[in-house]
Design a protein around this ligand. Sequence first.
Ligand SMILES: [Zn+2]
Length: 55
Amino acid sequence: MTETERKNPGDEDVPGTSQTGDDICPTCNGSGNLQQKPCPDCGGSGKITVIVGDA
Ligand SMILES: [Zn+2]
């Protein structure tokens, strides 16, 4: 079991998984900060990983 993938609370799946994509974090609106602290949902990146699903 590898621990290289990092998943934030706001991510729907682990980055790099098939059928996922980046989206603006709705919690911080992409700023990466929430109330002058790193956003807990995206880990301060401003982006979250979402499951795109079947294309
Ligand atoms: Zn965020």
